[in-house]
Design a protein around this ligand. Structure first.
Ligand SMILES: [Zn+2]
Length: 258
């Protein structure tokens, strides 16, 4: 029987490793063919290395980093959809994810039809992790899945649970003198989560993939090892299709039966 295919759709290089790296590595380790797609090259991110003076140079470097990280995680293929990074705020640049919804829709349609994945994982359309490109890519992927997927397949949103986001911001505040933590509404409400996948067995691979993103500051350096492990080694998802019937969390992705 041919291997199942998992398609992971993110907005920028590093989202795949900092976000759902353990999921990619875990599925690849058990023989799933994993394709990772990024809508952009992330050229408007900060350049922690200071080595890339223009957005185009940073984007080219980040694409290389993503390809290396995906190889470390065991993905078979990386697709860059070629839209621009919209940046955190302000007017979205022409050609960017936020400015070009029709082109994004078209590229995602091509991607899904080319790979006919059994499972699609994208980001959180509620924008609970803070970047507008993440929400736009998740929304568009969900729409294209609904319109175009006429084969047996499942769709998930990879989410940052509120409880972990809250612990993260609390730790960061505690490390800063004079900072008083007033709570956050960021993160997906914990009771939305349907699926929790423990990737402790592949965590070491995820740390190596994160290290490939040399232009990016790791968000995990400022927090405790215990909290970093919860971020990096455990993936939280909301199953969108097939509809979640309720009950205890599932502990693995639901691949359609042959
Ligand atoms: Zn991102």
């Amino acid at each position: 029987m041919p291997a199942h295919t998992l398609l992971v759709v993110v907005a920028h290089p590093d989202d795949e490793s900092f976000g759902c790296g353990a999921l990619i590595a875990g599925e690849a380790a058990r023989g799933v063919d994993v394709v990772v797609a990024s809508a952009s090259r992330g050229e408007l991110g900060e350049d922690a290395s200071g080595l890339h003076p223009s957005p185009a140079m940073l984007g080219a470097a980040r694409e290389v980093e993503m390809r290396r990280a995906a190889r470390v995680l065991g993905a078979s293929r990386v697709e860059i959809l070629g839209l621009g990074d919209s940046g955190w705020d302000g007017a979205a640049p022409s050609g960017s994810i936020v400015a070009e919804p029709e082109r994004l829709h078209m590229e995602l349609t091509r991607l899904l039809e080319a790979h006919r994945p059994d499972v699609v994982v994208t980001m959180d359309p509620s924008g609970s992790d803070g970047h507008r490109d993440h929400a736009a890519v998740a929304e568009a992927t969900t729409a294209v899945f609904g319109d175009r997927v006429d084969w047996p397949a499942a769709l998930y949103h990879w989410c940052m649970p509120h409880s972990i986001m809250d612990d993260w911001l609390r730790e960061i505040a505690a490390a800063q003198p004079d900072s008083v933590y007033a709570g956050t509404d960021m993160g997906r409400p914990d009771d939305h989560i349907t699926t929790i996948v423990d990737g402790t067995g592949v965590a070491e691979r995820v740390w190596r993939a994160i290290a490939e993103h040399a232009t990016q500051d790791s968000p995990f350096e400022a927090i405790s090892a215990e909290l970093a492990h919860r971020f990096v080694a455990v993936d939280h998802l909301v199953r969108i299709h097939p509809a979640w019937p309720g009950g205890p969390h599932e502990r693995a992705l639901s691949y359609p039966s042959p």
